[in-house]
Ligand binder design. Structure first.
Ligand code: NAD
Length: 291
């Protein structure tokens, strides 16, 4: 493995913040385009990498990835198939796992020290499992956090587990890598629409959670540093601190998931996910709600 010398610290130049050049994959997609918008708004330079767009890059082609990454000091990897629908499981696995490997391998070879990678709260398992209410597959306790066991049986969650394993490996090689476990990524309008139309029982599989789009993108950018409390690899729960419901969360749990263990009381319409580790490590707290 031939590696270039470490790229210069992207955040400091003579002690003051300098514009960074950040490589963003999936930059034409829902999350990636918002990441690009926020980076540019903050004065950073962006290299876009997506199958779709003016200069298409296929993440499955390592040489194309290397070429597109030239000049970048950090990477934000959002390109993926974001759900196990309308795609063969084998294709989903191949695309999501190889795209992540190529993004991180080429970043490492280029001497890039920092990466943020889109994972998913679907990694826990219930989201895409038809059998999610069976005891072996459901959430045993709330709030869900980074220690909650993974019980998935579907290829999308498996692809995110492999994604996170890939992140861990590159952290062992010395990179600082943050995997972000987003819930359903939604604009405020999309969240409001779901609250207005989705039957209460249907939200139970995801514990009525969501991640507001701008907040999701901000978590990616915060993961580039500075990161005093980071351990080299972190998988962080990135979920809004309220639910997609006007019913108190404890009442929702009583009605739809009466057997779930509550490790603490959840006040009001508070989330059944705990993102406090993200606050500690990258300083992320949700700033937007559909309310
Ligand atoms: N949308 C959600 O609710 C949600 C929730 C949790 C996690 N995530 C994760 O966040 C990330 C972004 O999701 P999104 O909603 O923006 O998805 P999206 O489908 O809107 O965007 C993904 C982008 O990746 C690109 N892409 C796919 N394969 C590629 C390849 N081989 N080479 C280059 N580009 C390729 C697509 O062209 C697309 O623009 C994904 O990793 C997804 O799994 C999404």
């Amino acid at each position: 493995m031939q590696r270039r010398d470490e790229a210069p610290d992207p955040t400091t130049m003579n002690g003051s913040p300098a514009p960074r050049t950040v490589w963003v994959s999936g930059s034409s997609g829902k999350l990636g385009s918002e990441v690009v918008r926020q980076l540019r708004e903050a004065g950073d330079h962006v290299i876009e990498a997506d199958l779709v767009g003016e200069s298409p890059v296929d993440l499955l082609d390592p040489a194309a990835v290397a070429e597109s990454m030239r000049g970048a000091v950090a990477v934000i990897h959002c390109a993926a198939i974001p759900a196990p629908v309308n795609i063969e499981p084998a294709d989903l696995m191949r695309i999501n796992t190889l795209a992540t490997f190529n993004a991180l391998e080429q970043a490492w070879l280029a001497g890039i020290g920092t990466a943020a990678v889109a994972s998913s709260a679907s990694i826990y398992g219930p989201a895409w499992s038809d059998e999610w209410t069976s005891p072996a597959l459901r959430f045993e306790s709330v709030p869900v956090d980074e220690d909650t066991p993974l019980t998935f049986v579907d290829p999308y969650a498996l692809s995110k587990d492999v994604t996170e394993g890939t992140c861990r490996m590159f952290a062992r090689r010395g990179m600082t890598v943050t995997a972000l476990r987003f819930h359903w990524i939604a604009s405020v309008e999309q969240a409001r629409e779901r609250v207005a139309t989705e039957p209460e029982a249907e939200g139970a599989v995801g514990l009525w959670g969501y991640t507001e789009l701008g907040d999701a993108a901000r978590a990616c950018i915060l993961s580039l540093g500075p990161l005093a409390a980071h351990r080299g690899y972190e998988a962080l729960v990135i979920v809004a601190d309220d639910t997609l419901s006007e019913v108190p969360t404890e009442d929702l749990l009583d009605r739809h998931l009466p057997n779930i263990t509550r490790r603490r009381t959840i006040p009001g319409m508070g989330s059944a996910f705990d993102s406090s580790r993200a606050a500690e490590v990258i300083g992320w707290r949700p700033q937007h709600s559909w309310r």
